[in-house]
Design a protein around this ligand. Structure first.
Ligand code: NCD
Ligand code: ZN
Length: 345
């Protein structure tokens, strides 16, 4: 199959940053995706509806003219989120979910939740308003091996949470392990997961192949090959519990290439091509449309898009860097050949 036309997809997990940084990256996503769930982990984080709406305006202000890209906003859950904010979110069409970062788990999560029991009433309100909870599913304790953090989160935090809130819609974001795949598969229809392109294409050897590779460092960290295979299997299975979320997370080159580089992989410039590469590897290109364009919309109870996109099997070279405010961001596969190309909006 050398040409693929399918319904325009959505990105159900994305970082757009803010200010000058947003201006230079938003068009990459708007080109491939009709909508995207925009993460609230700014500095300071987006914790109120008013902040989310102002942030949305800033994003819309830098969209290419004629773009109909729709940023779907989220609130950052803290120990102090008031229940009233959930009621306000419910009545605002642009705010679609609340994000739970365990404190210290990832980039800009220092104001995340210290203990879920502190937000129990907020979760009750979300369940009753049917607002989805998006979860960064890793425990943050330094004593826990970084490769085990997702699995232990599932056992210690997620499982009791689901028991207590059986009707709360939950997206376990950017899953990385066979354990998470099996857990989501065996849980109720209220639980789904997003999968990134980089976790479908890379394993933990790619972090250290020939030297340390800061542009392959993200959280949750890349896992061993057995887990990559499980993710590929889940993404291409046609099971609607698994859908696309790039977790495209740009950082300035200087913040990545340093003694303590931050986590995040920038995939937006080739997002669809990278998913196509992964699905082709699994001989499952026919399953790409469901994963990329249908199941996420269905889970979020939004209409499926009506426009289409077309990809062709055609080689192009990923630029070495892109503008990022007044600095640069290095994309995944910088300078390398990419074998699929989007040819039509
Ligand atoms: C994300 C970021 O940079 O904001 N980083 C990442 O490695 N994925 C945060 C996140 O989603 O964990
Ligand atoms: Zn993310």
């Amino acid at each position: 199959m050398h040409r693929l036309t399918f319904r325009k997809p959505d990105d159900w997990h994305l970082h757009l940053r803010d200010g000058a940084h947003t201006a230079s990256i938003v068009s990459a996503t708007a080109r491939c995706f009709a909508r995207a769930i925009v993460m609230p982990n700014l500095k300071p984080p987006i914790t109120t509806c008013a902040q989310a709406l102002a942030y949305r305006e800033r994003i819309c202000a830098v969209l290419p003219s004629k773009s109909r890209f729709n940023p779907l906003m989220t609130l950052y859950l803290t120990d102090n989120t008031p229940k009233t904010e959930i009621a306000s979110a419910h009545s605002c069409e642009h705010i679609v979910a609340v994000k739970y970062y365990p404190v210290g788990a990832t980039t800009n999560s220092d104001l995340g939740v210290t203990d879920l029991r502190r937000v129990w009433q907020v979760l009750e309100a979300m369940q009753s308003y049917d607002i989805p909870l998006l979860i960064h599913g890793e425990v943050a304790a330094a004593s826990i091996d970084i490769f085990d953090r997702e699995q232990i989160f599932i056992e210690q935090v997620l499982d009791p949470l689901l028991e207590h809130f059986p009707n709360l819609r939950i997206v376990l974001e950017h899953i990385t392990t066979q354990d998470a795949v099996e857990y989501v598969m065996n849980s109720s229809p209220y639980v789904a997961a997003t999968i990134t392109a980089h976790h479908l294409l890379l394993n933990r050897n790619d972090l250290l192949h020939g030297g340390i590779r800061p542009h392959h460092y993200c959280l949750p960290i890349l896992k061993r090959e057995r887990h990559r295979q499980a993710l590929l299997q889940a993404a291409t299975s046609g099971n609607p519990k698994f859908f696309l979320g790039t977790d495209s997370a740009p950082h300035a080159q200087s913040a990545k290439e340093t003694a303590c580089g931050c986590a995040g992989i920038y995939t937006a410039p080739a997002a669809l091509a990278l998913y196509a590469r992964a699905f082709e590897q699994a001989q499952a290109l026919d399953k790409l449309e469901g994963f990329a364009s249908f199941y996420g919309a269905d889970f979020y109870k939004m209409p499926r898009n009506t426009e289409t996109v077309t990809l062709e099997k055609r080689t192009w070279r990923m630029p070495l860097h892109f503008e990022f405010g007044d600095s640069h961001v290095i994309p995944l596969y910088a300078g390398a050949e990419i074998d699929w190309q989007q040819v039509q909006n």
